[in-house]
Design a protein around this ligand. Structure first.
Ligand code: NAG
Ligand code: NAG
Ligand code: NAG
Ligand code: NAG
Length: 657
């Protein structure tokens, strides 16, 4: 069953282009798109899904007119999203947005390797992630900036700076909430990893600015979580060598160390000039060279291959010059999975996206130099006045290592203090964190900033420790499990406690709860049956007394009507009011269903040429299967694959964060 028609996309259809232009021009996107199209995003099935009911998901940008989440009509700029509805609502409705870094790396990493509910079992089958972040929060992954992952844009219109990126994101959210108003009033958290340490503060600031301009329609942005974030180049470039010494990658005093120290001094002198000139940038080639030199200087030939340390997890090795770009191993399954025609169709990936999914896009990264953007660290103090921020770090990561993160915190001034000094001479304690009896890491907190160090963890902490990161998330966003169905009771039958009914422990938690509920119900009824006779007698007596009272009352007042009297309408009114919320939700669902019926009818009138179109598109995806994963900056391109076999890779290398 197909749910969208490739022939009705903007760009191939004049009416579509016109309609898109008009819609985009409307100042009230809410009215322009609301209710018209959200059903087109509904995911009806997902190839390789695990047993059990499909999670409730929406994805894509496919609408009949393809006037989807287009952020920049002049450049054909489109952002792709994948949304998972929460499995439980705890004390509040929440939406967590997850972004991967790069710049130019797809947030499908987050969806299928890190915090999303599914992981790949092989390149065709999914399994559940037991630490998925959609347990108590709606979870939204967005491929951004334009051109990243399934998102696309005309090849001459990649973004260059963080303010453009944030502006696009706000437009995206505006349209997303217009399409899905049920999430508009959620508490919103921005989360992500690595270079998203730049994206997230910029987007948060843009949202606050937007809220100031729309005080009647604010988005409840409540906090930020950044994992192994690239936030402060000044402190983080400076941490490469100290971290390498500490981890024994480089021996102090060695010849290699001398050469690396020399490169480090060049980097430092440039950074200090830039600090003085007020033109500090996010990406400084002479400082990037410190990292790439560490990787090349410490690489070793073993047999026919040169091996280097994995810059995302220094416990591991990779082939030179990838040095971690081939990691994590799940990518070997994620890439072919996300190129399957059936998956593209399920996720409503627009055929306008002509190339197969790549984890990281060279052209996006190459264009996004952020030359005119100040590093995000400069936004953090202002943001910390408005919301809590959590920075977490896997301790085995080199590229955005924890020493740099601790250094940036130590040197940052916010909310009337510097670093984790809570009062002169007193430091916020480093509290040890254990998870299920194992030492998991360290928590430190002051004045709205929380720092969490994860032991034995790579750059992708949720990849290594999904359940620990969910625990971290749930603490941070204040999930109150007790509010799900009230206070848990210590219920035993014949002294037996029965199944653990904790929510969220594993993907079957809801099923387990339901099983337990039915078991208890059955036990209760069994008990009733046993004492049935006694109960009958009690009921009979009670009925007799009640009947007598009614009879007396009637005689006194002259009828039932008088008993209920004027209170009746109020009573009814109350009921209606109480039901209003479920009702309006129900109506939305109803509209959904009607849309589906509508689409069914439409699905019947595809003509042959449309199917041919689809085949042509899918073969383009297949043709792209051979494409290598981006590993060298500006090297591979969506349109012209310049990258293969390019010489002198290290010199032009841009690493992905
Ligand atoms: C940074 O700014 C300083 C002072 O404005 C200037 O001297 C220097 O050339 C600038 N550096 C770069 C690399 O543009
Ligand atoms: C911390 O954030 C809250 C909002 O969550 C804000 O009201 C408060 O003022 C902030 N704390 C400080 C010390 O600024
Ligand atoms: C994890 O990290 C802790 C603290 O660094 C260390 O004591 C422990 O040995 C590590 N465990 C493993 C399995 O590596
Ligand atoms: C979840 O439930 C299904 C069906 O009841 C069962 O096959 C599966 O093994 C369960 N998985 C876990 C992790 O408990």
């Amino acid at each position: 069953m197909r749910w969208f028609s490739p022939s009705r996309r903007c760009g191939s259809n004049v009416t579509g282009v016109l309609a898109c232009g008009l819609l985009s021009a409307l100042l009230l996107p809410l009215r322009a798109v609301a209710g018209e199209t959200s059903a087109d995003y509904f995911i009806h099935s997902l190839p390789g899904q695990p047993d059990g009911p499909l999670l409730k998901m929406h994805a894509g940008y496919g609408t009949p007119l393809q006037c989807h989440i287009e952020v920049d009509p002049s450049t054909n700029g489109n952002l792709f999203f994948w949304h998972f509805q929460n499995r439980h609502i705890a004390n509040k409705q929440r939406t967590v947005i997850w972004l991967n870094g790069g710049p130019g790396c797809s947030s499908m990493d987050g969806a299928l390797i890190e915090v999303g509910p599914y992981r790949l079992k092989d390149d065709a089958h999914l399994k559940y992630n037991p630490g998925s972040w959609d347990e108590f929060a709606n979870l939204l992954f967005v491929d951004q900036p334009v051109g990243t992952g399934f998102s696309y844009v005309n090849s001459d219109s990649y973004l260059h700076d963080l303010d453009e990126m944030a502006a696009h994101f706000v437009i995206f959210l505006e349209k997303f909430f217009a399409m899905f108003p049920e999430y508009m009033h959620d508490d919103i958290y921005l989360s992500g990893e690595s270079y998203a340490g730049q994206h997230i503060p910029y987007i948060a600031q843009a949202i606050l600015n937007r809220n100031n301009e729309n005080p009647d329609h604010i988005w409840n942005i409540k906090g930020l979580l950044i994992g192994n974030g690239w936030i402060s180049p000044l402190h983080q470039y400076n941490a490469y060598l100290p971290y390498s010494y500490k981890r024994g990658l480089v021996q102090g005093g060695s010849e290699i160390a001398t050469r690396l120290e020399a490169q480090q001094s060049i980097c430092l002198s440039i950074l200090s000039k830039r600090v003085a000139g007020g033109n500090l940038t996010i990406d400084e080639p002479q400082c990037e060279a410190v990292l790439t030199s560490i990787l090349s200087e410490t690489s070793k030939w073993t047999g026919d291959v040169s091996e280097c340390v994995n810059m995302y997890d220094v416990r591991l090795k990779d082939t030179y010059p990838s040095c971690g770009m081939n990691w994590p191993p799940d990518l070997a399954d994620v890439t072919p999975y996300l190129r399957r025609p059936a998956v593209l169709e399920a996720l409503h990936v627009n055929p306008d996206k002509r190339t197969g999914w790549q984890e990281c896009s060279g052209p996006v990264s190459g264009a996004f130099k952020a030359r005119n953007s100040k590093p995000a660290i400069e936004l953090l103090p202002g943001l910390l006045e408005k919301m809590p921020i959590l920075l977490f770090s896997g301790d085995q990561d080199l590229i955005c290592n924890y020493m740099g993160t601790e250094d940036l915190i130590h040197n940052m001034e916010w909310n009337g203090g510097k670093g984790f000094e809570t009062s002169p001479g007193t430091w916020a304690p480093r509290q040890s964190w254990t998870f299920e009896g194992e030492p998991a890491g360290i928590y430190q907190e002051a004045r709205n900033l929380t720092y969490v160090l994860f032991y034995n963890s790579s750059h992708m902490v949720p990849f290594d420790y999904p359940r620990r990161t969910r625990d971290m998330l749930d603490r941070f966003i204040g999930v109150d499990i007790a509010s799900i169905g009230g206070t848990p009771a210590d219920s035993r039958i014949d002294g037996e406690k029965g199944l653990e009914t904790s929510v969220g422990g594993h993907p079957n938690s809801t099923a387990a709860e339901e099983a337990e509920r039915q078991r208890l119900q059955k036990a209760t009824w069994d008990a009733y049956y046993k004492s049935g006779e006694i109960a009958l007698v009690v009921v009979a007596i009670a009925a007799g007394i009640w009947g007598w009272c009614v009879y007396r009352d009637r005689r006194r007042r002259g009828g039932y009507i008088g008993v209920l009297g004027g209170s009746r309408p109020r009573f009814r009114g109350g009921r209606v009011a109480a039901r209003e919320q479920p009702d309006s939700r129900g109506m939305r669902l109803e509209r959904f269903r009607n849309k589906h019926v509508g689409r069914d009818v439409e699905a019947g009138d595809f003509d042959e040429s449309e199917l041919d179109d689809l085949n042509a598109e899918t073969s383009r995806y297949d043709g792209d299967m051979e494409r290598e994963r981006y590993s060298v900056g500006g090297a591979s391109s969506d349109e012209e694959d310049l990258g293969r076999g390019k010489a002198n890779e290290t010199a032009t290398r841009r690493v992905e964060r």
